[in-house]
Design a protein around this ligand. Structure first.
Ligand code: GLY
Ligand code: MN
Ligand code: MN
Length: 440
């Protein structure tokens, strides 16, 4: 678990980033109603959690440089023994100051009355504008009240919104030590689950049975949830990029594509492996699998400080493009294939996204209009794929084959570190692990 001092240091850094006349306001994630009085599972907003480690709903963090004694203020649900019988203990105002180290804490019901005073002297407010957050109305009312007070007192009032929370997202993009530890732990659990999937999967099982084995490992290892809905797609379902029903009965000769990763203490992992349900690749599967793997390895090799997600994608696409040409799945020269992106008929998504507290994590992909150069401490996925639709106009032997290989890669000063390298990935490794299974 992350030390309180780490959260306090992050709050101080964000305060520096927002400047003398800036404030950052971070509301808790909204509680979503599923039906009647039944709620969807609550997960705290990642930005708020990153700055506090606080996971209760109905709370708002205010960070401001305009108030010298109260630079960090948390509005929380007050203690309420009757409610706590239903929902469990709350930290309350005293607990928030004591446990989280904020300068002050007040009941959330006092926010409308107190927030305008904290906005006096503030010119710019960093806030997730435009996301339709239910807290918007209260914030705008407080800004209006602060403006009226400022007109009388002569103090500054908010005139600028900075959105999204640029400063905190820049901080989250480059992982600190505590985050890397959390991401390594999440990666280790996900690795165990993928290995387990390779050991249990066999013809005659449903996709969801494999999913259940992985979910058991996630939960039994302390993960609160998966980082996203697991994709467990066998046979032709492996060619459906966002397949999620996971209900098919798997057959001899199928490939099984599993894109699944746990979330552990608010950090995500995101891994895809593709393997033959029966334990041995057929010849066409072997050929396309090796091509996808070569592409992924080339992209990982290209991942280092100074590279960009575009140069990494180009490295992945060039290998796949050349391979598809050689196999006759596409036509032309390699220059034409790259120029027109002809590989997109079979590799239609990008190679990478940021990874962190959220699976598609925050952080700008561009700087000054150009893809931003990677720096040590950033974490991204490398996930090329090859998907041949069941009705593709190609030799029948390729049809219905879907493959993706995805790892979580930390950029280091020296190049990169693969956080999910413990999961079998070469054909030999996969067939060997699955062969042991058959022998068992
Ligand atoms: N699992 C979501 C993704 O790979 O982007
Ligand atoms: Mn994925
Ligand atoms: Mn991904």
């Amino acid at each position: 678990m992350v030390d309180g001092a780490v959260f306090a240091a992050r709050r101080r850094r964000l305060l520096e980033l927002v400047g003398d006349q800036g404030a950052a306001i971070l509301p808790a994630a909204p509680v979503e109603i599923r039906n009647n009085d039944v709620e969807h599972a609550f997960r705290q907003d990642s930005d708020l959690y990153y700055l506090t480690g606080f996971d209760e709903p109905s709370s708002v963090l205010v960070l401001t440089n305009a108030h010298e004694e109260h630079r960090s203020v948390l509005f929380v649900q007050p203690r309420d023994p009757a409610r706590e019988i239903w929902d469990g203990p709350r930290l309350g105002t005293e607990g928030a100051v004591r446990e989280l180290g904020v300068d002050a804490a007040f009941p959330i019901g006092e926010l409308a009355e107190r927030l305008p005073a904290y906005l006096e002297g503030v010119e710019s407010v960093h806030y997730p504008v435009g996301e339709g957050h239910p807290f918007d109305t209260e914030l705008y009312a407080a800004v209006r009240a602060a403006r009226q007070r400022g007109r009388r007192s002569g103090r500054a009032f908010p005139t600028t919104f900075v959105a999204p929370l640029h400063g905190v997202h820049e901080m989250r993009l480059k992982k600190d030590e505590a985050e890397l530890e959390a991401m390594r732990a999440a990666a280790a659990v996900t690795a165990e689950a993928h290995r387990r999937a390779m050991v249990v999967a066999r013809p005659g099982m449903h996709e969801y049975e494999v999913q259940a084995e992985m979910d058991r490992i996630f939960r039994a290892s302390g993960c609160e949830r998966t980082a996203y809905d697991s994709i467990v797609g066998s046979g032709p379902n492996a060619t459906i990029l966002h397949y999620r029903s996971n209900r098919r009965l798997m057959e001899e000769g199928d490939l099984l594509l599993i894109d699944a990763g746990c979330e552990l203490h608010y950090y995500a992992s995101d891994v895809t492996r593709t393997f033959p349900v029966s334990g041995r690749f057929t010849e066409p599967q072997r050929v396309l699998y090796q091509l996808c793997l070569d592409s992924q390895l080339a992209a990982i090799e290209a991942t280092k400080p100074g590279a960009t997600l575009d140069t990494i994608h180009e490295a992945a696409a060039r290998v796949i493009g050349a391979g598809l040409l050689e196999l006759g799945l596409i036509q032309g020269t390699i220059d034409e294939v790259m120029e027109d992106q002809r590989y997109k008929d079979f590799f239609m998504h990008k190679t990478s996204h940021w990874l962190g507290m959220d699976v598609h994590d925050v952080g700008a992909y561009f700087a000054d209009g150009s893809p931003r150069p990677l720096e040590a401490g950033m974490v991204l996925t490398i996930e090329p794929g090859i998907y041949v639709a069941t009705d593709a106009e190609v030799d029948e032997k390729w049809r219905g084959i879907g493959i993706r290989i995805e790892d979580d890669i930390l950029v280091t000063e020296a190049g990169n570190e693969n956080l999910t390298s413990a999961i079998p990935k070469t054909i030999a490794e996969i067939e060997s692990l699955m062969g042991e299974r058959r022998a068992a």
